[in-house]
Design a protein around this ligand. Structure first.
Ligand code: FUB
Length: 445
Protein backbone atom coordinates (compact mmCIF):
# COMPACT_ATOMS: atom_id res chain seq x y z
CA UNK A 1 0.00 0.00 0.00
CA UNK A 2 1.51 3.29 -1.05
CA UNK A 3 -0.56 5.66 1.02
CA UNK A 4 -3.37 5.76 3.51
CA UNK A 5 -6.08 6.81 1.06
CA UNK A 6 -5.34 3.80 -1.14
CA UNK A 7 -5.52 1.61 1.98
CA UNK A 8 -8.93 2.98 2.97
CA UNK A 9 -10.29 2.64 -0.55
CA UNK A 10 -8.92 -0.90 -0.73
CA UNK A 11 -10.58 -1.99 2.52
CA UNK A 12 -13.92 -0.68 1.37
CA UNK A 13 -13.80 -1.79 -2.26
CA UNK A 14 -12.13 -5.19 -1.92
CA UNK A 15 -15.32 -6.98 -0.91
CA UNK A 16 -16.69 -6.11 -4.34
CA UNK A 17 -16.11 -9.50 -5.95
CA UNK A 18 -18.18 -11.20 -3.27
CA UNK A 19 -21.05 -8.83 -3.94
CA UNK A 20 -21.10 -8.50 -7.72
CA UNK A 21 -19.41 -11.77 -8.68
CA UNK A 22 -19.68 -12.37 -12.39
CA UNK A 23 -22.76 -10.21 -12.88
CA UNK A 24 -23.00 -8.27 -16.08
CA UNK A 25 -23.08 -5.07 -14.07
CA UNK A 26 -22.37 -1.70 -15.59
CA UNK A 27 -23.61 0.38 -12.66
CA UNK A 28 -22.04 2.01 -10.78
CA UNK A 29 -19.90 3.25 -13.64
CA UNK A 30 -16.91 3.77 -11.31
CA UNK A 31 -15.75 0.90 -9.11
CA UNK A 32 -12.27 2.25 -8.27
CA UNK A 33 -13.42 5.10 -5.97
CA UNK A 34 -16.64 6.32 -4.39
CA UNK A 35 -18.17 9.11 -6.50
CA UNK A 36 -21.17 11.43 -6.04
CA UNK A 37 -23.13 14.44 -7.31
CA UNK A 38 -22.35 13.84 -10.98
CA UNK A 39 -22.86 16.62 -13.51
CA UNK A 40 -22.70 15.72 -17.19
CA UNK A 41 -21.34 17.67 -20.16
CA UNK A 42 -21.08 16.68 -23.81
CA UNK A 43 -18.18 18.18 -25.73
CA UNK A 44 -16.53 17.15 -29.03
CA UNK A 45 -18.08 13.68 -29.12
CA UNK A 46 -17.30 12.85 -25.48
CA UNK A 47 -19.63 12.51 -22.51
CA UNK A 48 -17.95 13.98 -19.42
CA UNK A 49 -18.95 13.42 -15.81
CA UNK A 50 -17.78 15.81 -13.10
CA UNK A 51 -18.17 14.17 -9.70
CA UNK A 52 -17.14 14.71 -6.10
CA UNK A 53 -15.20 11.91 -4.43
CA UNK A 54 -16.58 10.45 -1.20
CA UNK A 55 -13.52 10.00 1.00
CA UNK A 56 -15.07 9.27 4.41
CA UNK A 57 -13.43 6.46 6.39
CA UNK A 58 -15.29 3.14 6.04
CA UNK A 59 -17.19 3.89 9.29
CA UNK A 60 -17.58 7.63 8.56
CA UNK A 61 -21.06 9.01 9.23
CA UNK A 62 -20.77 12.34 7.45
CA UNK A 63 -19.40 13.64 4.14
CA UNK A 64 -15.65 13.82 3.73
CA UNK A 65 -15.10 15.26 0.26
CA UNK A 66 -11.90 17.05 -0.71
CA UNK A 67 -11.72 16.73 -4.50
CA UNK A 68 -13.72 16.46 -7.70
CA UNK A 69 -12.79 13.98 -10.44
CA UNK A 70 -13.59 13.93 -14.14
CA UNK A 71 -14.66 10.79 -16.02
CA UNK A 72 -15.37 10.56 -19.74
CA UNK A 73 -16.61 8.14 -22.35
CA UNK A 74 -17.16 8.09 -26.10
CA UNK A 75 -19.32 4.95 -26.02
CA UNK A 76 -21.16 5.22 -22.65
CA UNK A 77 -19.82 1.83 -21.50
CA UNK A 78 -16.05 2.33 -21.14
CA UNK A 79 -15.19 5.22 -18.79
CA UNK A 80 -11.81 6.92 -18.38
CA UNK A 81 -10.84 8.37 -15.01
CA UNK A 82 -9.07 11.71 -15.57
CA UNK A 83 -8.20 11.98 -11.89
CA UNK A 84 -8.70 14.63 -9.18
CA UNK A 85 -8.78 17.52 -11.61
CA UNK A 86 -10.06 20.05 -9.06
CA UNK A 87 -9.53 20.18 -5.28
CA UNK A 88 -10.99 22.29 -2.49
CA UNK A 89 -7.45 23.60 -1.94
CA UNK A 90 -7.60 25.21 -5.41
CA UNK A 91 -9.98 27.75 -3.81
CA UNK A 92 -7.81 29.59 -1.24
CA UNK A 93 -10.89 31.05 0.47
CA UNK A 94 -12.54 27.64 0.95
CA UNK A 95 -12.08 25.51 4.05
CA UNK A 96 -13.40 22.16 2.80
CA UNK A 97 -16.27 20.13 1.38
CA UNK A 98 -16.15 19.40 -2.34
CA UNK A 99 -19.94 19.25 -2.59
CA UNK A 100 -22.03 19.26 -5.74
CA UNK A 101 -20.82 21.04 -8.86
CA UNK A 102 -21.46 21.53 -12.57
CA UNK A 103 -19.04 22.26 -15.42
CA UNK A 104 -20.33 24.04 -18.53
CA UNK A 105 -18.75 25.12 -21.81
CA UNK A 106 -19.15 28.73 -22.94
CA UNK A 107 -17.26 30.73 -25.57
CA UNK A 108 -14.20 28.48 -25.64
CA UNK A 109 -13.85 28.07 -21.87
CA UNK A 110 -14.97 25.49 -19.33
CA UNK A 111 -16.52 26.99 -16.18
CA UNK A 112 -16.79 24.63 -13.22
CA UNK A 113 -19.21 25.91 -10.54
CA UNK A 114 -18.75 24.25 -7.16
CA UNK A 115 -20.17 24.17 -3.62
CA UNK A 116 -17.62 24.44 -0.80
CA UNK A 117 -17.42 25.71 2.78
CA UNK A 118 -16.28 29.33 3.22
CA UNK A 119 -13.29 29.78 5.55
CA UNK A 120 -14.13 33.29 6.86
CA UNK A 121 -17.87 33.67 6.37
CA UNK A 122 -18.82 30.14 7.40
CA UNK A 123 -21.62 28.18 5.78
CA UNK A 124 -21.55 26.97 2.21
CA UNK A 125 -20.55 29.11 -0.73
CA UNK A 126 -20.38 28.85 -4.51
CA UNK A 127 -17.16 29.38 -6.44
CA UNK A 128 -16.10 28.83 -10.04
CA UNK A 129 -12.95 27.51 -11.66
CA UNK A 130 -12.06 27.98 -15.32
CA UNK A 131 -10.02 26.07 -17.89
CA UNK A 132 -9.38 25.86 -21.64
CA UNK A 133 -9.89 22.09 -21.51
CA UNK A 134 -12.69 19.89 -20.09
CA UNK A 135 -10.09 18.00 -18.06
CA UNK A 136 -8.20 21.03 -16.82
CA UNK A 137 -6.00 22.36 -15.44
CA UNK A 138 -8.66 24.49 -13.72
CA UNK A 139 -7.91 27.65 -11.72
CA UNK A 140 -10.12 29.68 -9.41
CA UNK A 141 -11.70 32.15 -11.85
CA UNK A 142 -12.62 34.87 -9.37
CA UNK A 143 -10.35 34.42 -6.35
CA UNK A 144 -13.41 34.69 -4.12
CA UNK A 145 -16.89 33.19 -3.86
CA UNK A 146 -19.75 34.20 -6.18
CA UNK A 147 -22.37 33.41 -3.53
CA UNK A 148 -21.82 33.41 0.25
CA UNK A 149 -24.19 32.56 3.08
CA UNK A 150 -24.58 36.20 4.21
CA UNK A 151 -26.26 36.97 0.87
CA UNK A 152 -29.15 34.67 1.81
CA UNK A 153 -29.61 35.30 5.57
CA UNK A 154 -31.71 33.18 7.92
CA UNK A 155 -31.69 30.12 5.69
CA UNK A 156 -29.12 27.99 7.53
CA UNK A 157 -25.60 26.87 6.71
CA UNK A 158 -26.36 24.47 3.86
CA UNK A 159 -28.63 26.64 1.76
CA UNK A 160 -26.06 27.83 -0.78
CA UNK A 161 -25.07 24.58 -2.48
CA UNK A 162 -25.55 22.69 -5.74
CA UNK A 163 -25.09 25.25 -8.52
CA UNK A 164 -26.41 24.58 -12.03
CA UNK A 165 -25.60 27.03 -14.83
CA UNK A 166 -27.43 27.24 -18.14
CA UNK A 167 -26.64 29.59 -21.04
CA UNK A 168 -29.67 30.39 -23.20
CA UNK A 169 -29.64 30.95 -26.98
CA UNK A 170 -29.33 34.73 -26.43
CA UNK A 171 -26.14 33.98 -24.41
CA UNK A 172 -27.64 35.09 -21.09
CA UNK A 173 -26.39 32.71 -18.37
CA UNK A 174 -28.57 31.72 -15.41
CA UNK A 175 -27.33 30.13 -12.20
CA UNK A 176 -29.78 28.21 -10.00
CA UNK A 177 -28.77 26.68 -6.68
CA UNK A 178 -30.01 26.00 -3.19
CA UNK A 179 -31.01 23.68 -0.41
CA UNK A 180 -34.53 24.17 0.96
CA UNK A 181 -35.17 27.14 -1.30
CA UNK A 182 -34.50 27.23 -5.03
CA UNK A 183 -32.63 30.45 -5.87
CA UNK A 184 -31.34 31.96 -9.07
CA UNK A 185 -29.45 34.92 -10.54
CA UNK A 186 -28.55 36.10 -14.03
CA UNK A 187 -24.77 35.84 -14.43
CA UNK A 188 -22.80 38.66 -16.07
CA UNK A 189 -21.05 38.05 -19.40
CA UNK A 190 -17.82 37.19 -17.53
CA UNK A 191 -19.64 34.19 -15.98
CA UNK A 192 -18.18 34.96 -12.52
CA UNK A 193 -20.24 37.92 -11.28
CA UNK A 194 -23.97 38.53 -11.15
CA UNK A 195 -26.15 41.60 -11.28
CA UNK A 196 -29.49 42.21 -9.63
CA UNK A 197 -31.12 40.63 -6.62
CA UNK A 198 -31.10 36.94 -5.80
CA UNK A 199 -34.48 35.56 -6.91
CA UNK A 200 -36.51 32.61 -5.62
CA UNK A 201 -38.16 30.04 -7.90
CA UNK A 202 -41.51 28.62 -6.93
CA UNK A 203 -41.14 24.85 -7.47
CA UNK A 204 -42.97 22.22 -5.42
CA UNK A 205 -41.10 19.62 -3.32
CA UNK A 206 -37.75 21.38 -3.83
CA UNK A 207 -34.93 19.97 -1.71
CA UNK A 208 -31.65 20.60 -3.56
CA UNK A 209 -29.70 19.72 -6.72
CA UNK A 210 -31.39 21.92 -9.37
CA UNK A 211 -30.48 21.08 -13.01
CA UNK A 212 -31.63 23.57 -15.65
CA UNK A 213 -31.72 22.77 -19.37
CA UNK A 214 -33.65 23.47 -22.57
CA UNK A 215 -35.19 20.63 -24.56
CA UNK A 216 -36.99 21.31 -27.84
CA UNK A 217 -37.55 24.96 -26.98
CA UNK A 218 -38.92 24.26 -23.47
CA UNK A 219 -37.08 24.84 -20.17
CA UNK A 220 -36.77 21.88 -17.78
CA UNK A 221 -35.84 22.31 -14.13
CA UNK A 222 -35.22 18.99 -12.37
CA UNK A 223 -34.20 18.71 -8.71
CA UNK A 224 -34.11 16.51 -5.61
CA UNK A 225 -36.88 16.54 -3.05
CA UNK A 226 -36.12 16.49 0.68
CA UNK A 227 -34.62 13.27 2.12
CA UNK A 228 -34.80 10.47 1.15
CA UNK A 229 -34.48 12.17 -2.20
CA UNK A 230 -36.79 11.62 -5.10
CA UNK A 231 -36.05 13.44 -8.36
CA UNK A 232 -38.88 15.72 -9.53
CA UNK A 233 -39.17 18.19 -12.38
CA UNK A 234 -40.99 21.22 -13.71
CA UNK A 235 -41.13 22.83 -17.14
CA UNK A 236 -41.55 26.44 -18.17
CA UNK A 237 -41.57 28.71 -21.19
CA UNK A 238 -38.69 30.84 -19.92
CA UNK A 239 -35.47 30.10 -17.99
CA UNK A 240 -36.94 31.89 -14.96
CA UNK A 241 -40.33 30.19 -15.06
CA UNK A 242 -43.12 30.31 -14.08
CA UNK A 243 -42.60 26.62 -13.41
CA UNK A 244 -45.26 24.00 -13.91
CA UNK A 245 -44.79 20.77 -11.94
CA UNK A 246 -44.61 17.73 -14.25
CA UNK A 247 -43.89 14.79 -11.98
CA UNK A 248 -41.33 12.41 -10.59
CA UNK A 249 -38.34 11.04 -12.48
CA UNK A 250 -36.82 8.81 -9.79
CA UNK A 251 -37.93 7.18 -6.55
CA UNK A 252 -35.48 7.01 -3.61
CA UNK A 253 -32.39 4.98 -4.55
CA UNK A 254 -30.81 1.96 -2.85
CA UNK A 255 -28.74 2.47 0.25
CA UNK A 256 -28.45 6.25 0.04
CA UNK A 257 -30.50 9.26 1.12
CA UNK A 258 -29.54 11.46 -1.85
CA UNK A 259 -29.34 10.76 -5.60
CA UNK A 260 -28.37 14.11 -7.25
CA UNK A 261 -29.30 13.87 -10.96
CA UNK A 262 -28.04 15.18 -14.29
CA UNK A 263 -29.80 14.74 -17.64
CA UNK A 264 -28.00 14.99 -20.99
CA UNK A 265 -28.48 13.97 -24.62
CA UNK A 266 -25.57 12.26 -26.38
CA UNK A 267 -25.50 10.70 -29.84
CA UNK A 268 -29.31 10.97 -30.11
CA UNK A 269 -30.02 9.18 -26.85
CA UNK A 270 -30.97 10.59 -23.44
CA UNK A 271 -28.98 9.70 -20.31
CA UNK A 272 -29.91 10.07 -16.67
CA UNK A 273 -26.96 10.27 -14.27
CA UNK A 274 -27.41 9.85 -10.50
CA UNK A 275 -25.79 8.23 -7.49
CA UNK A 276 -26.73 5.49 -5.03
CA UNK A 277 -24.99 3.42 -2.37
CA UNK A 278 -24.77 0.01 -4.07
CA UNK A 279 -21.01 -0.47 -4.25
CA UNK A 280 -19.82 -2.67 -1.35
CA UNK A 281 -19.29 -0.45 1.70
CA UNK A 282 -21.72 1.99 0.12
CA UNK A 283 -24.15 4.26 1.97
CA UNK A 284 -25.12 7.96 2.04
CA UNK A 285 -21.48 8.96 2.54
CA UNK A 286 -19.91 6.34 0.25
CA UNK A 287 -21.88 6.92 -2.94
CA UNK A 288 -21.44 5.78 -6.51
CA UNK A 289 -22.41 7.39 -9.81
CA UNK A 290 -24.68 5.38 -12.12
CA UNK A 291 -26.06 6.05 -15.62
CA UNK A 292 -29.34 4.93 -17.25
CA UNK A 293 -30.45 5.46 -20.85
CA UNK A 294 -34.03 6.58 -21.50
CA UNK A 295 -36.36 8.00 -24.14
CA UNK A 296 -38.40 11.13 -23.70
CA UNK A 297 -42.12 10.49 -24.05
CA UNK A 298 -43.58 11.63 -27.42
CA UNK A 299 -45.10 14.70 -25.68
CA UNK A 300 -41.68 15.69 -24.28
CA UNK A 301 -42.34 14.57 -20.73
CA UNK A 302 -39.74 12.54 -18.83
CA UNK A 303 -40.84 9.05 -17.73
CA UNK A 304 -40.44 7.65 -14.22
CA UNK A 305 -37.10 5.85 -14.44
CA UNK A 306 -35.84 2.72 -12.72
CA UNK A 307 -32.36 2.19 -11.35
CA UNK A 308 -30.54 -0.85 -12.71
CA UNK A 309 -27.25 -2.65 -12.10
CA UNK A 310 -27.07 -3.47 -15.82
CA UNK A 311 -26.95 0.26 -16.74
CA UNK A 312 -26.15 0.87 -20.41
CA UNK A 313 -26.66 -2.44 -22.21
CA UNK A 314 -25.56 -1.31 -25.67
CA UNK A 315 -22.72 1.14 -26.09
CA UNK A 316 -22.60 3.79 -28.79
CA UNK A 317 -19.11 3.12 -30.12
CA UNK A 318 -16.13 0.79 -30.19
CA UNK A 319 -12.78 1.00 -28.48
CA UNK A 320 -9.59 1.15 -30.54
CA UNK A 321 -6.98 -1.12 -28.87
CA UNK A 322 -4.19 -0.09 -31.25
CA UNK A 323 -3.86 3.30 -29.58
CA UNK A 324 -2.54 3.57 -26.02
CA UNK A 325 -5.48 2.78 -23.69
CA UNK A 326 -5.18 4.12 -20.16
CA UNK A 327 -5.52 1.33 -17.57
CA UNK A 328 -8.15 3.54 -15.91
CA UNK A 329 -10.39 3.18 -19.00
CA UNK A 330 -12.81 0.38 -18.24
CA UNK A 331 -16.39 -0.86 -18.28
CA UNK A 332 -16.00 -2.81 -15.05
CA UNK A 333 -13.33 -3.94 -12.61
CA UNK A 334 -13.04 -5.76 -9.33
CA UNK A 335 -10.65 -5.13 -6.46
CA UNK A 336 -8.82 -2.18 -8.03
CA UNK A 337 -8.17 1.42 -6.98
CA UNK A 338 -7.48 4.40 -9.29
CA UNK A 339 -4.46 6.26 -7.92
CA UNK A 340 -2.43 9.08 -9.40
CA UNK A 341 0.99 10.65 -9.21
CA UNK A 342 2.40 13.85 -10.60
CA UNK A 343 4.69 12.11 -13.09
CA UNK A 344 2.33 9.76 -14.91
CA UNK A 345 -1.14 10.91 -13.85
CA UNK A 346 -3.82 8.32 -13.12
CA UNK A 347 -2.93 4.61 -12.96
CA UNK A 348 -4.46 1.44 -11.58
CA UNK A 349 -3.13 0.14 -8.27
CA UNK A 350 -4.01 -2.44 -5.64
CA UNK A 351 -3.82 -5.25 -8.20
CA UNK A 352 -4.07 -8.63 -6.48
CA UNK A 353 -4.45 -12.18 -7.74
CA UNK A 354 -7.83 -12.63 -9.44
CA UNK A 355 -8.63 -8.94 -9.89
CA UNK A 356 -9.55 -7.89 -13.39
CA UNK A 357 -10.49 -5.10 -15.79
CA UNK A 358 -13.25 -5.56 -18.36
CA UNK A 359 -13.27 -3.36 -21.50
CA UNK A 360 -16.32 -3.58 -23.75
CA UNK A 361 -16.59 -3.59 -27.55
CA UNK A 362 -12.88 -3.67 -28.34
CA UNK A 363 -12.44 -3.59 -32.12
CA UNK A 364 -9.45 -5.75 -33.13
CA UNK A 365 -10.27 -5.11 -36.80
CA UNK A 366 -8.22 -7.49 -38.96
CA UNK A 367 -5.98 -8.73 -36.20
CA UNK A 368 -3.49 -8.11 -33.40
CA UNK A 369 -0.21 -9.91 -32.77
CA UNK A 370 1.24 -8.31 -29.65
CA UNK A 371 0.04 -6.88 -26.33
CA UNK A 372 2.07 -4.13 -24.69
CA UNK A 373 1.55 -2.89 -21.13
CA UNK A 374 3.32 -0.30 -18.99
CA UNK A 375 3.71 -1.58 -15.43
CA UNK A 376 5.61 -0.76 -12.25
CA UNK A 377 6.42 -3.22 -9.46
CA UNK A 378 8.91 -4.54 -6.97
CA UNK A 379 6.98 -7.81 -7.01
CA UNK A 380 5.83 -9.90 -9.99
CA UNK A 381 2.74 -11.40 -11.60
CA UNK A 382 1.07 -11.71 -14.98
CA UNK A 383 -1.79 -10.40 -17.08
CA UNK A 384 -4.00 -12.99 -18.77
CA UNK A 385 -5.50 -11.53 -21.94
CA UNK A 386 -8.93 -13.08 -22.46
CA UNK A 387 -12.01 -12.54 -24.62
CA UNK A 388 -15.63 -12.58 -23.49
CA UNK A 389 -15.20 -13.51 -19.82
CA UNK A 390 -12.85 -14.33 -16.96
CA UNK A 391 -12.62 -17.87 -18.34
CA UNK A 392 -12.95 -16.80 -21.97
CA UNK A 393 -10.53 -17.59 -24.78
CA UNK A 394 -6.93 -16.98 -23.65
CA UNK A 395 -5.12 -14.84 -26.22
CA UNK A 396 -1.84 -14.69 -24.34
CA UNK A 397 -0.14 -14.01 -21.02
CA UNK A 398 1.95 -10.93 -20.31
CA UNK A 399 4.54 -11.77 -17.64
CA UNK A 400 5.44 -8.96 -15.26
CA UNK A 401 8.73 -8.93 -13.34
CA UNK A 402 10.18 -6.37 -10.96
CA UNK A 403 10.82 -2.99 -12.55
CA UNK A 404 12.64 -1.80 -9.44
CA UNK A 405 9.61 -0.30 -7.70
CA UNK A 406 5.85 0.24 -7.96
CA UNK A 407 6.63 3.75 -9.26
CA UNK A 408 9.36 2.65 -11.70
CA UNK A 409 7.64 2.10 -15.03
CA UNK A 410 8.59 -0.20 -17.86
CA UNK A 411 6.79 -1.71 -20.88
CA UNK A 412 6.25 -5.47 -21.12
CA UNK A 413 5.29 -7.26 -24.34
CA UNK A 414 3.40 -10.53 -24.91
CA UNK A 415 2.62 -12.39 -28.12
CA UNK A 416 -1.10 -12.97 -28.62
CA UNK A 417 -3.08 -15.47 -30.71
CA UNK A 418 -4.60 -13.94 -33.80
CA UNK A 419 -7.82 -12.11 -32.97
CA UNK A 420 -10.24 -10.28 -35.29
CA UNK A 421 -13.43 -8.29 -34.90
CA UNK A 422 -15.19 -6.80 -31.87
CA UNK A 423 -14.96 -8.47 -28.44
CA UNK A 424 -15.22 -7.69 -24.75
CA UNK A 425 -11.65 -7.86 -23.44
CA UNK A 426 -10.72 -9.06 -19.95
CA UNK A 427 -7.31 -8.34 -18.42
CA UNK A 428 -7.11 -10.83 -15.57
CA UNK A 429 -4.33 -10.33 -13.04
CA UNK A 430 -2.54 -13.37 -11.64
CA UNK A 431 0.23 -13.89 -9.09
CA UNK A 432 1.06 -14.78 -5.52
CA UNK A 433 0.15 -13.13 -2.22
CA UNK A 434 -0.05 -9.35 -1.91
CA UNK A 435 -0.03 -6.49 -4.35
CA UNK A 436 1.37 -7.58 -7.74
CA UNK A 437 2.05 -4.44 -9.80
CA UNK A 438 0.63 -1.11 -10.93
CA UNK A 439 -0.73 -0.73 -14.47
CA UNK A 440 -0.47 2.58 -16.33
CA UNK A 441 -1.60 1.75 -19.89
CA UNK A 442 -1.83 -1.01 -22.50
CA UNK A 443 -2.30 -1.42 -26.25
CA UNK A 444 -2.24 -4.08 -28.98
CA UNK A 445 0.02 -4.00 -32.00
O1 FUB B 1 -22.40 15.66 -1.71
C1 FUB B 1 -22.80 16.58 -0.73
C2 FUB B 1 -24.23 17.00 -0.93
O2 FUB B 1 -25.09 15.86 -0.89
C3 FUB B 1 -24.55 17.60 -2.29
O3 FUB B 1 -24.14 18.94 -2.41
C4 FUB B 1 -26.01 17.38 -2.37
O4 FUB B 1 -26.53 17.54 -3.65
C5 FUB B 1 -26.14 15.98 -1.84
O5 FUB B 1 -25.94 15.02 -2.83
Amino acid sequence: MRNISILIAFLALSSQSLFFGMMKAQNPIVQTNYTADAASLVHNGRFYIYAGRDQASPTGKWFNMREWRVYSSTDMVNWTDHGPVLKVTDFKWASGDAWASQCIYHKGKFYWYVSVSHREKGGKAIGVAVSDSPTGPFVDAKGSAIITTDMTPNQGDFDDIDPTVFVDDDEQAYMYWGNGKCKYVKLDDDMIHFSGEIQYANVPKFGEAPWLQKINGKYYLSYSSSLPSTIEYCTGNSPIGPWEYQGRILNPVDNCQTSHQAITEFKEKWYFVYHNGILPGGNSFHRSVCVEAFDLNPDGTIPLLSTTKEGIKTGVGKLNPFERVEAETMAWSEGLVAADDKNIGVYISNINNGDYIKIRAVDFEKGAKKFVAQVGTSSKGSIEIRLGGLDGKLLGVCEVNSTGGFDKWSTNIAKVKKVKGVHDLYLVFKGGEGELFNLDWWRFE
